[in-house]
Design a protein around this ligand. Structure first.
Ligand code: GDP
Ligand code: MG
Length: 187
């Protein structure tokens, strides 16, 4: 019917589709909620138990500011901090560095990742958007990392900063991923 051919035309006439790609690497220590955030973004659902060793890359066609973008998310699963980082450093066009606001150690681990990314950035002489992301905002009662600590670390590394929860509203989580795509487009 008419409506069907119409949607086919719409998809195939979007210009430069392939150029609008964004590869986001999720970094951060174990248990910070990288997988929960990734799954939330992709499915709108909170999955509480996710295999901590599973590292995978997912693809989602997103519309950001009325423009299509092929968004790929690598949900990394480092065992002991940033080692063998080439697989994501050479792949990513943006980085989301995650900690849990109720775990100081996870926050301290972010410095290692932020340093790793900035050394890489200097080496290849290219800018990559980086977002520092405090997760588990629903655990406010057990907070060990203040918002101002997050903000000051982010400003030290010149990155964006947000706090969210993988188990609360979807929109806030989606906003973070879309902001990464927006920043990549700006580069
Ligand atoms: P990863 O190792 O960084 O991939 O962390 P996971 O996504 O596997 O999450 C580690 C643990 O934290 C799991 O038990 C999750 O259920 C829990 N978790 C993840 N995100 C949140 C969150 O926003 N709030 C709460 N309360 N728990 C979370
Ligand atoms: Mg994981």
């Amino acid at each position: 019917g008419k409506s069907r051919s119409c949607s086919v035309v719409n998809l195939s006439t979007i210009p430069d589709r392939d150029l609008n790609e964004c590869n986001i690497a999720m970094l951060g220590c174990r248990g910070s909620g990288k997988s929960a955030l990734t799954v939330k973004f992709l499915t709108k659902r909170f999955i509480s138990e996710y295999d901590p060793n599973l590292e995978d890359t997912y693809t989602s066609e997103e519309i950001v500011d009325q423009q299509p973008v092929l968004l790929k998310v690598m949900d990394t699963a480092d065992q002991d901090g940033p080692v063998n980082c080439e697989r994501y450093l050479n792949w990513a066009s943006a980085f989301i560095v995650v900690y849990s606001i109720e775990n100081r150690r996870s926050f301290e681990a972010c410095r290692l990742y932020l340093d790793t990314v900035s050394i890489h950035t200097k080496g290849v002489q290219q800018e990559f958007p980086v977002i520092l992301l405090g997760n588990k905002l629903d655990m406010e009662r057990y907070r060990q990392v203040s918002k101002s600590d997050g903000l000051s670390l982010a400003s030290k590394y010149g990155c964006l900063f947000y706090e969210v929860s993988a188990c609360l509203d979807f929109d806030s989580v989606q906003r973070v991923f879309h902001e990464a795509a927006r920043e990549v487009r700006r580069e």
